[in-house]
Design a protein around this ligand. Structure first.
Ligand code: BGC
Length: 749
């Protein structure tokens, strides 16, 4: 038996302070350069640096403002010739020659598109996130982009919210680990390498909790929840050296993030020591007028800058009104100086002053073989096997024909997912093309779309799909969501499969052939009915450019599913919010409830069940957080603890045996959860604290160990202090958030 020590992987040992120095601390040379430049700048030039515009028109249209030093950053310019032309105006024709910072939303790939971030989170593999970001940075920087607005690390517990697709899901620890890995990938070993791009931790903060799952909506998150649930991924990104932060659109408890002194100055600057650049979201300075916090653009500019914003995205209130707001005494010039220092610091760190131009003649790095291979691996690891009755998967060698059905089987645009400004569907490998390429000469592949697209309600094609399915040994149905059904401003109140997809699955199920349903979507959909009707369900989210070959290899057993749900899957949308790390009520929900139709007519009022549940669907999820099957089976041994009594300074070592008891080599994501039994405030029933992927051959057994510093059990308590409170803790190690034998330890003073 081998022993796995999870020591070297810094990323798994969050908080990261012990192993990763904040990249932005202690660079005296850069500070001198910043001060020297700042001392030469006029007030107008300083405010110009704080202005970000979106690229428009001809170079000449923008060059007047650039020459005057009125633009610090441009987003949405990806033509290297234009990038250089704009940069040349800034460097050679403006008085101080300060280079522009060129930005773009490179969210899950530039040209080579990786699975959506929610899919990447399902891999529980920080290497997938880091590789995806690194490759995105290599491709994007090759056209002159040096700043991306990613990772998005908003804790997302409401699948109605379209932007859940861009997130790493519901869990604080998983989002912290994956977010930090993405920062590392985008920024590389050093920001000033030409292939590094500045990352941006967004949206600070609480955006994922928008009321009703409606985008941009208000949030009401207590300071305790901010500190215990929503801040940690951002603090982890800061510790990983993220160069920039973006404020969020939402107001929390009445204060829009773009004007929120507490989050931007008290927490981000003072507590975390962040000295990078803070940018608003698109137009969010001006949107404080609609929020009703300021009366006009003038006040918006002052409010944002005073709260701690350094750069304004596209709303032009800074350049227009800050000079007069300073004269009127509403903003101090020292505040402007501080903001400009933060911006210049990032530009120096990126090496833009030494190396402002991109090599226009460089051979293309787009869609390099190694990029496609990494994207395929990411898509394989991101797919979750939710059901596999009678081991219908992997497909058996002796099948002679396969029916490929459904609107997502050959949807090269839609499988790429949201935020793919630069991705090209002509490079997408769909499951249909991949199956034909890989198995076309061995099997009969019968294709019928059934429905033209996911929202299609026209059922006319279903009978053809059924007859195609009747002619095949096995039926694989590809359903889900078009990419435009998730992402920014694309929220839904109904999470069932759109259009006539449910009818399609029901019709296919009636035939009696083995039915495998593959779901490509931007969020977890309520697919209970369709899962029930299917023999197997593989949930791939939007898997990106290489989704097709990845899924085909999984179906045929060339690779084995290992993804786990990064969000709780619901039975019905009415269960929102349903997440595993909830606090207990005084009458904790149990799986026992009296179903609605067993309640007698005119029953007298009782507190039957007496638990926090629903009469119609109960409170159990369709699939819990951390869940996912494999083609093989794993057995977890009872966790052994290095000690049953530890102090706040100790490190708990948890060891357990993990055995592959099945027939295939496979990878299990071992997950460690804890519960603080009694504390000064209610604590979650379980919290993920560690995870690791373990690959085992059939029959192989490994002794795995996790190291958990007790300091990581700290939370923001009743006295508003982040501390570990002594007392009893429960601990589980298992394949998901609901399985595993509980063991106990005590923390003493
Ligand atoms: C989004 C941001 C994005 C920005 C720039 C906004 O609408 O909320 O996430 O980075 O646009 O495109």
């Amino acid at each position: 038996m081998k022993t796995i020590k999870i020591l070297s992987a810094c990323l798994l040992l969050l908080p990261l302070a012990s192993c990763t120095q904040m990249q932005y601390k202690g660079d005296a040379v850069t500070e001198q350069k910043v001060e020297a430049l700042l001392s030469k700048m006029t007030l107008e030039e300083k405010i110009g640096q704080m202005n970000q515009i979106s690229s428009y028109g001809n170079i000449e249209d923008m060059s007047g403002l650039i020459k005057k030093g009125e633009i610090g950053s441009i987003l949405n310019e990806v033509d290297p010739v234009r990038v250089n032309a704009l940069q040349r105006v800034a460097v050679e024709e403006s008085r101080l020659g300060i280079p522009l910072l060129m930005a773009r939303d490179v969210i899950h790939g530039f040209k080579t598109i990786f699975p959506i971030p929610l899919g990447q989170a399902a891999s529980f593999d920080p290497q997938v996130a880091e590789d995806g970001a690194r490759i995105a940075a290599i491709e994007a920087s090759s056209v002159g982009v040096r700043w991306t607005f990613a990772p998005m690390i908003d804790i997302s517990r409401d699948p109605r919210w379209g932007r859940i697709a861009e997130s790493c899901g519901e869990d604080t620890y998983l989002s912290s680990v994956m977010g930090a890995a993405m920062v590392k990938g985008f920024q590389g070993d050093s920001l000033n390498s030409p292939t590094s791009i500045a990352a941006c931790a967004k949206h600070f903060v609480g955006y994922g909790a928008s009321e009703g799952g409606r985008d941009y909506n208000s949030t009401f998150i207590s300071e305790r929840s901010l500190r215990n649930v929503y801040f940690p991924p951002f603090e982890a990104a800061a510790k990983a050296g993220v160069a920039t932060f973006m404020t969020s659109f939402n107001d929390n408890d009445g204060v829009p993030s773009t004007g929120n002194n507490f989050i931007l100055r008290e927490v981000l600057r003072n507590e975390w020591g962040f000295d990078g650049l803070v940018v608003t979201d698109w137009n969010s300075a001006r949107e404080m007028i609609a929020h009703g916090i300021v009366a006009d653009d003038k006040e918006a500019a002052a409010q944002a800058v005073n709260a701690g914003v350094d750069m304004e995205m596209v709303s032009y209130t800074f350049v227009k009104y800050l000079p007069e707001q300073i004269k009127a005494g509403k903003v101090k010039e020292a505040v402007i100086d501080e903001a400009v220092r933060n911006i210049l610091r990032v530009k120096f760190r990126l090496g833009l002053f030494d190396n402002p131009y991109v090599d226009e003649k460089r051979p293309s790095v787009m869609y390099d073989e190694s990029h496609l291979a990494a994207a395929k691996r990411a898509a394989e690891e991101s797919a979750i096997l939710l059901k596999n009755d009678k081991e219908v998967l992997p497909l058996k060698e002796n099948i002679r024909s396969i029916a490929i059905i459904g609107p997502m089987a050959d949807a090269p645009h839609d499988q790429l997912g949201t935020w793919i400004f630069d991705g090209e569907k002509s490079h997408t490998k769909t499951p249909l093309t991949a199956a034909r390429e890989m198995y076309g000469n061995k099997l009969q592949i019968i294709y019928e779309q059934g429905l033209a697209y996911s929202r299609d309600k026209n059922t006319a094609g279903i009978s053809k799909a059924v007859s195609a399915a009747q002619r095949a040994d096995v039926v694989v149905a590809f359903v889900g969501e078009e990419s435009i059904l998730s992402g920014e401003a694309h929220c839904l109140a109904d999470l069932n499969l759109q259009g006539a997809q449910s009818e399609l699955i029901a019709a296919l199920a009636k035939i009696g052939k083995p039915l495998i349903t593959v779901v490509m979507a931007g969020r977890q959909l309520t697919i209970g009915k369709e899962a029930e009707a299917s023999d197997a369900v593989l949930y791939s989210f939007h898997p990106g450019t290489m989704g097709g070959p990845a899924i085909v290899d999984l179906l045929f057993g060339k690779s084995v599913p290992s993804g786990k749900t990064p969000v709780t899957f619901l039975k019905t949308v009415g269960q929102v919010p349903l997440y595993y790390a909830h606090n207990n009520s005084g009458r904790p929900a149990s799986s026992h409830f009296k179903p609605l139709d067993q309640v007698p007519l005119e029953a007298s009022q009782t507190s039957e069940g007496s638990s926090s549940s629903y009469m119609d669907v109960g409170v159990a999820p369709l699939y819990p957080f951390g869940y996912g099957l494999s083609y093989t089976t794993f057995k977890f041994g009872k966790p052994q603890l290095s000690s049953k009594e530890l102090s706040g300074k100790d490190v708990l070592t948890v060891t357990f045996d993990l055995e592959n008891t099945g027939k295939y080599e496979g990878t299990e994501v071992a997950q460690l959860y804890v519960q603080d039994k009694v504390a000064s405030v209610t604590r979650p029933v379980k919290e993920l604290k560690r995870f690791t992927r373990v690959t085992l051959k059939p029959g192989e057994k490994k002794n795995v160990s996790f190291e958990l510093p007790i300091s990581e059990l700290a939370f923001w308590n009743l006295d508003k202090v982040k501390t570990v409170e002594p007392g009893d803790f429960g601990l589980w190690v298992g394949p998901d958030s609901q399985t595993g034998e509980e063991v106990f330890f005590k923390v003493v003073d």
